[in-house]
Design a protein around this ligand. Structure first.
Ligand code: C2E
Ligand code: MG
Ligand code: MG
Ligand code: MG
Length: 281
């Protein structure tokens, strides 16, 4: 019987593995058509100053609407795009579209808004990255101080190159932040020497701030950030209670479903016009 079970388990895992591989190959192939067939779009999530509850920026988040597979999450397709190198083209599309939207918002009078764009390590280490960023900023004619690149801690592993690239980004006048901070492998030394403007506390620490271990992590990250003259942003705020706790520990900025879900640009505008979202001057 044990032997039979083992066999069935094997079959089961084998089947599951096959399905996973098929899905992966399917996504990788379909992704090639995403840009030419206009299947990508951006949604925006407000970044808010906690005390005043005013919006100072928007994070652009990528969505992929596949005609038959439905909307596929970036957590599924971004890692595959990194593996195949498609992230380079996709990342360029994201930056261009996010900057364009920001330009439109500035022209409509929301002229203090900044835009944050997620950039993966693979994309950033590509040889044309800096040139691509410069061209987009010039072409769209947006003041680079309103553009921020969010990178994850995985970038911190490749030290020498990373330092150079981050300095080049800074030289353009673009801001940088470390996303999901606390979940990766940052060395405190790199944190000290890299020109980083913002630390984003990962939402896993914000989820339950009544948990003493979470809270002590949050407090520690706020301290590190502030001591290094960085802005600290809490991600994943869903309840009023979390805001109170963050304010008490001097975290000044945040984002999360509590304020708004990531929304299409038109829906963001509706919230701005109705006053549901207030702009920071
Ligand atoms: P991220 O940059 O850390 O983005 C935050 C994620 O948390 C987003 O998921 C957002 O929708 C979600 N979120 C926001 N507020 C809340 C909240 O209050 N509670 C909870 N539970 N979640 C919240 P999303 O849009 O699915 O994106 C997932 C990840 O995919 C992003 O994490 C980012 O790492 C990556 N990603 C998204 N767009 C891009 C892109 O254009 N380029 C690259 N390289 N990566 C991207
Ligand atoms: Mg992000
Ligand atoms: Mg994050
Ligand atoms: Mg994340």
């Amino acid at each position: 019987l044990a032997k039979e079970n083992g066999k069935n388990n094997y079959k089961f895992f084998n089947k599951k593995l096959n399905e996973d591989i098929n899905r992966k190959m399917l996504i990788e192939n379909e992704l090639r058509k995403a840009i030419p067939q206009n299947q990508l779009r951006l949604v925006y999530q407000p970044k808010v100053e906690l005390k005043s509850r005013k919006t100072y920026g928007m994070e652009a988040l990528l969505r992929w609407d596949h005609p038959s597979l439905g909307t596929i999450s970036p957590t599924e397709f971004i890692p595959l795009a990194e593996e195949t190198g498609q992230i380079v083209k996709i990342g360029e599309w994201v930056l261009k579209n996010a900057c364009n939207q920001m330009k439109i918002w500035h022209e409509k009078g929301y002229d203090s808004l900044c835009v944050s764009v997620n950039v993966s390590a693979v994309q950033m280490q590509h040889s044309d990255f800096i040139q691509m960023v410069k061209e987009i900023v010039n072409e769209i004619n947006i003041d680079p101080k309103y553009v921020e690149l969010e990178i994850t801690e995985s970038i911190m592993q490749n030290t020498k190159e990373t330092v150079e690239i981050l300095h080049e980004i800074k030289a353009i006048g673009i801001k940088t932040s470390i996303d999901d901070f606390g979940t990766g492998y940052s060395s405190l030394h790199l944190l000290k020497v890299l020109p980083i403007d913002t630390l984003k506390i990962d939402k896993s620490f914000i989820e339950d701030t009544s948990d003493v271990r979470n809270l002590s992590m949050v407090k520690t990250i706020i301290d590190i950030g502030k001591n290094l003259d960085m802005r600290v942003v809490a991600e994943g705020i869903e309840h009023e209670k979390q805001i109170q706790s963050l304010l008490k520990h001097h975290c000044d900025y945040g984002q999360g479903y509590y304020y708004a879900q990531p929304l299409p640009a038109q829906d963001i505008e509706k919230l701005l016009i109705s006053g549901e979202l207030m702009m920071k001057a």
